[in-house]
Each structure stands twice: as structure tokens, then as C-alpha cells.
Design a binder for this molecule. Sequence first.
Ligand code: MF3
Ligand code: CO
Ligand code: CO
Length: 250
Amino acid sequence: MIYIKNRTEIEKMRAAGRLAANLLLYIEPFIKPGINTLEINDLCHEYTLKHGAKSAPLNYKGYPKAICTSINQVVCHGIPKKEDVVREGDIINVDVTPILDGYHGDTSKTFIVGEIPPDVRQLVEDTEKAMWIGIEQVKPGNRVNDISNAIDDFLTPKGYGIVRDLMGHGIGRNFHEDPQIPHFRQNRTLAKLEPGMIFTIEPMVNMGTYEVSFSRKDKWTVTTRDNKLSAQFEHTVLVTQTGYEVLTLP
Ligand code: MF3
Ligand code: CO
Ligand code: CO
């Protein structure tokens, strides 16, 4: 069931989204060679608490940390740990979700660390562009599959693998609600977009195969099957009367 948010709820989602965006801005200057992902986690967690919010991932279905940090071939849900040190040439996605006054703001960005090969830079740029192409499809009357297909039409001709096993999602009082938002081609009719719907668009894009592996060891880390690189960007988006409003902007 898809929840349509009322004015009060939308105002709270704006505040949570703004905090999430500011959290990514806050952490950006710390993403330098030598920092480890546990330090990134702790800085984000402290910032979140200081701003009167909680970190949604912490204890979510047993997840052990406050944010997700996914380096290189890690697609998503990387668990921060002091052994994971950021190095020159890495790409690292930081995914944050504060809960403010009961509502969630979910956003992520892939950071580039120092000098990286041109094809990796292109992957990161294309992934961010794909997210925006999806966002531009958000308006009343369009359908979820219009978002999926616009993203696929942009990425697939470039030879990327678009992750299928993880998708965007409705969000509000719950971290994950209906509808699911696939980022790959849908030859079927999905839900019609209506004002007041709020969901994330968060394409995970691989240099090689779209197939992923789920860690049997830590139960969370998702990696590419072929160990090639993967990038991701995420925003939380509101359907308005005329189009969209990105809630996870500062
Ligand atoms: N923030 C992720 C998303 O975009 C979800 C992380 S769930 C966690 O949906 F438990 F791993 F934190
Ligand atoms: Co999300
Ligand atoms: Co997220």
C-alpha cells in the first residue's frame, strides 16, 4: 500500500531530507586518503545526534552501524569498520538516513578519492546523471515504469550493468515502504504517480555484470559478482501537483 503524505508530513519529510543533505555536505571534506569507514560512520552519527535526529540504519533489521560505506566493487550496504581505509583512487558511496521527528530522509553520493581512471570517473558521472534522468520523469500521471525505463535507456547503451536486486523505495515514517522503484527496464505497467507520494531513486550501476553477491559472512555487504566497480547516487523525491521536489537538498 502506497501512503500519500499530507502537508504536515511533507513538511517533516522536508526537514529530514534537508538534514540528510547537510550531513553529506558535512562529511565530504573528511573523505580523504587515510580515513577509515568507521571514522566516517562516527562523524556522521555524532552530527545526526547533535541535530536532534537518529540514524535509521543503526539496528535496522540487525544492521550494526549508523550509515553505509561502500567502496569500489561494493554495491551497497558496506558496513563501516576501522580496517577499511580509504585510498587514493577509490570510489566510495556514503549512504545516510537520519530520522527527524519520526520521518526519514535518505540520500547517498559516490565520492571520488584523488586521481581515478577516466572510465571510473565516467561511471560515477553517468550514475549521477541516470539518477537525475529518473527524477525528471517524476510528475502526476507518469508511472513508476517511466522512471525505470528512462534510466535504463540512458545506461544500457553505454554497456553498464544496472543492479536489479535492489531498488528505490517509498519512504516516510518507514525506512522502506511501497512502491519499489526499479532502475532497469520494465515491460509492464507499475503504479501511477500521484501528488503526495514520496520515494527514493537510487540507481546502482556496475562497470560489468548487473549481477551481485550478498555476503554470507556479515549478512549485509553487497558486491558485484565480477568484482568490477559500482557507483550509486540517491535522492528522496516528492511528487508535487506539477512535477517533483527533491527533498534531500540542503
Ligand atoms: N539507505 C539504504 C537505502 O537506500 C538502506 C540501508 S539499510 C541498512 O535504502 F540497514 F543497510 F542500513
Ligand atoms: Co534508499
Ligand atoms: Co540510502
